[in-house]
Write a protein that binds this ligand. Structure first.
Ligand code: SAM
Length: 282
C-alpha cells in the first residue's frame, strides 16, 4: 500500500518489472506518490474530465491522476517495458485507464478522448517542447484541450512565461501567451526524480483562452515573431526587412520604433504588426 491507493510503492514496481531508467528515453521517474498527487491537483478539478498523459513510465503521475478523480486517463508510453506495470494500475481502476504503447509524436489520441480534456505529463524535455508547440498551434482555436500541466526543465518553463525585456523572452513566450494563460505552479530540485537529472525542473500550467488575446492571423504572426527573434540582436527594421519593403512604415504605424529589438516588443504590438502587414497585402 502506498498512501494514495492500494497498489505497491513505485520502488517495488520498478524492481519487480525491472524498469532500470534508460537515458535514451529521458527516464527520470517521480517516485513520491504524494508529489505526483500534488501535481495531479495542479491540473485542476479532474472529476468529470478525461486526461491525456504522455510518458507515464512506471505510473506515478498516472496513479496521482486516478486517485485525484480523473474520469478517464489515456496514457501513451513509448517504453514497452512499462506496459505490464501500467496494466496493473488499469486493473486497480476498472474502466478508467487506457494505455497505448508507442511514440506520442506519432499517435493521434483524439479518438480515445471525450471532452472536457486536460493534458498532464512529465516528459523528456525535447519531446515536451515539441508537443507543447503542436498543442499551441492547432489548425483551429479553441484546441481539443482545456489545460496543459507539464513538467519542463526550469529554463524552458521560464521561456514559456517570460515577459518583454528579459533574456528568456522569445517565440515560446509569445506562442504560449497569445492563446493561453501560462503560469509556473511548482519548482522541483533534481532530487525529486530517480535518477536525478542535471537540471532543475518546473511544472507549467497553461489554460486555453476561448479566443486569442489579440486578433492576428496565426501564420503571419508566426512569420513576424520568427523573423524578429531569429536575429534578436538586430533592430527590427533590419530583422524584418524581408517581410515588406515598407517595414518601417508598418512598425511606426503600430507604435513600434523601427530601431527597437524584438525582446522589447510586447505581444499586443506583435499582433498589431501582423494585422498591419496583412492589411498592406490585401
Ligand atoms: N511520468 C513518469 C514519472 O513522472 O515518473 C515518467 C517520466 S520520464 C521523465 C518520461 C517518460 O516518457 C518515460 O517513461 C519515457 O519512456 C517516456 N517517453 C519518452 N519519449 C516518449 C515518446 N516519444 N512518447 C511517449 N512516451 C515517451
Amino acid at each position: 500500500m502506498s498512501g494514495i491507493d492500494d497498489l505497491p510503492p513505485l520502488r517495488a514496481v520498478i524492481d519487480r518489472f525491472d524498469l532500470a531508467a534508460k537515458k535514451s528515453l529521458g527516464q527520470n521517474f517521480l517516485l513520491d506518490l504524494n508529489l505526483t498527487a500534488k501535481i495531479a491537483r495542479l491540473a485542476g478539478d479532474l472529476t468529470g474530465a478525461d486526461v491525456l498523459e504522455i510518458g507515464p513510465g512506471p505510473g506515478g503521475l498516472t496513479r496521482g491522476l486516478l486517485a485525484e478523480g480523473a474520469r478517464h486517463v489515456l496514457a501513451i508510453e513509448k517504453d514497452p517495458r512499462c506496459l505490464p506495470a501500467l496494466q496493473e494500475i488499469a486493473h486497480a481502476y476498472p474502466g478508467r485507464l487506457t494505455v497505448i504503447g508507442g511514440d506520442a509524436l506519432e499517435i493521434d489520441p483524439l479518438a480515445h478522448l471525450t471532452p472536457p480534456i486536460k493534458v498532464a505529463a512529465n516528459l523528456p524535455y525535447n519531446v515536451g517542447t515539441e508537443l507543447l508547440v503542436r498543442w499551441l498551434t492547432p489548425p483551429t482555436w479553441p484546441p481539443f484541450w482545456d489545460s496543459l500541466t507539464l513538467m519542463f526543465q526550469r529554463e524552458v518553463a521560464q521561456r514559456i512565461v517570460a515577459t518583454p525585456g528579459s533574456k528568456a523572452y522569445g517565440r515560446l513566450a509569445l506562442l504560449a501567451q497569445w492563446r493561453t494563460d501560462a503560469r509556473i505552479v511548482l519548482e522541483l530540485p533534481p532530487e525529486a526524480f530517480s535518477p536525478p537529472p542535471k537540471v532543475n525542473s518546473a511544472v507549467v500550467h497553461l489554460t486555453a483562452l476561448p479566443a486569442p488575446r489579440y486578433p492576428a492571423n496565426p501564420a503571419t504572426l508566426n512569420k513576424v515573431v520568427a523573423a524578429a527573434f531569429n536575429q534578436r540582436r538586430k533592430m527590427l527594421r533590419s530583422a524584418l526587412r524581408s517581410l515588406s519593403p515598407e517595414i518601417e512604415d508598418h512598425l511606426t504605424s503600430v507604435g513600434i520604433k523601427p530601431t527597437e529589438r524584438a525582446e522589447q516588443v510586447g505581444l499586443e504590438e506583435f499582433c498589431a504588426l501582423a494585422r498591419s502587414l496583412d492589411a498592406g497585402t490585401e
